[in-house]
Design a protein around this ligand. Structure first.
Ligand code: ATP
Ligand code: MG
Ligand code: MG
Length: 355
């Protein structure tokens, strides 16, 4: 049995482990705070569930292993400044942006980027954390301590948000899942749906963009590209060099999930174009307590991460891949009373995509 080490033991690491079992892969997801001496063997591969990590006993051992796949790519994408620079260098469309250096003023940012400007910390942000909207021209300021530490982006008045999850083998072959339509509320992904026939005409463009990035980085495994859609134009929002929340639906909706695809690529196992079943939906469970009643909803595939529940924290997700939009809508109707009232908006949005 081959062994693969994963830097990080959060839900993504756990789901990689889960996906490894039927592949006869021993996936070891390592908590970054672990003090253990890891019995790393030269022939074993290392991957990560996160793009950035502190220097700890565990991460030092993993990062110094000779077979850490994509090791050079992580810091380049974990810093929004270098990530956006790569996107520009490859001539891929993205929201106009600039580095906020020590001399940058809010006024200067408005002059260059317009009235609505979003500051994003260069590293460490997720679920919309580490972001700051500059709103009032002349009456706002870059927060203390953010100079040099953030980039500024023009606000994009997008039609909708979507992502494409792709994979690349060591030989450089790329495969992609169909575009996923995503709903973010206050910066947190709450729902996804894929595939949608009405987005089919954008698929090739999205694949070309992500292939260009993966080829440039000589990347191996699964990478996600989040986009804003404006008409038929796709702007890259951000990249994730790992399995991604907007690809969770593939656990239900494809014969090879994103977790399995990543492992196959990292372990140099045969990898082919995943076969996609019916339209899937995913509902993220954010800050809600576990309910066994979810299991009574026909078609529900519940993933609980076993984390402490805190407001705004992703603690699980539910996938559906049923045979028709009507059946999925009925399942969402049954799920609705089992979730907090604020989920009404998310479920309405999902149902509206299934018409
Ligand atoms: P994730 O959890 O996906 O890693 P994140 O914290 O890294 O999120 P982004 O994806 O950059 O942050 O932004 C979070 C959300 O904020 C986006 O999904 C989008 O809804 C909104 N957003 C980000 N950038 C812009 C922009 N330039 N204009 C308008 N909205 C934006
Ligand atoms: Mg992000
Ligand atoms: Mg994002």
């Amino acid at each position: 049995m081959s062994r693969i080490w994963v830097l990080g033991a959060g839900q993504l690491g756990q789901m990689l482990k889960h996906a490894g079992m039927p592949l006869n892969l021993d996936v070891q997801a390592i908590d970054i705070e672990s003090q253990e001496t890891l019995p790393l063997q030269a022939h074993e591969q290392v991957t990560a569930e996160r793009e950035q990590w502190p220097d700890t006993v565990a991460t030092r051992q993993l990062a110094s292993h000779g077979a850490f796949v994509n090791l050079q790519t992580f810091p380049r994408l974990a810093d929004r400044f270098s990530q956006k620079s790569i996107i520009d260098q490859l001539d891929l469309a993205t929201a106009p942006w600039q580095l906020v250096d020590s001399n940058t003023s809010a006024e200067g940012l408005h002059e260059k980027l317009g009235e609505r400007v979003l500051l994003k910390q260069r590293t460490g942000g997720y679920d919309g954390r580490g972001q700051h909207w500059l709103r009032e021209p002349g009456r706002d300021a870059v927060p203390d301590g953010w100079h040099e530490m953030c980039i500024a982006e023009q606000a994009i008045d997008f039609d909708e948000e979507m992502s494409v999850v792709g994979m690349r083998t060591r030989e450089g072959e790329c495969f992609f899942y169909p575009l996923t339509l995503n709903l973010h509320v206050d910066g947190i992904l709450l729902g996804s749906v894929a595939p949608l026939p009405r987005l089919g005409h954008l698929q090739e463009k999205a694949e070309q963009m992500l292939a260009k990035l993966m080829n440039h980085l000589d990347y191996v495994g699964v990478m996600a590209m989040e986009c804003f859609r404006l008409g038929d134009t796709l702007l890259v929002n951000e990249l994730a060099p790992r399995v991604h929340n907007s690809g969770h639906w593939t656990q239900a909706g494809a014969n090879i999930s994103q977790f399995e695809a990543h492992l196959r690529a990292v372990a140099s196992l045969p990898l082919v174009q995943p076969t996609v079943k019916n339209t899937s939906v995913m509902v993220n469970l954010v800050g809600v307590d576990y309910q066994t009643t979810w299991l009574s909803v026909p078609g529900a595939e519940v993933y609980w991460y076993g984390k402490d529940v805190r407001p705004g924290r992703k603690v699980g997700h539910i996938n559906f891949c049923l045979t028709s939009g009507g059946e999925t809508k009925r399942a969402l109707d049954q799920l609705q009373p089992l979730l907090p009232a604020m989920y009404g908006e998310v479920l309405d949005w999902l149902r509206s995509q299934l018409d």
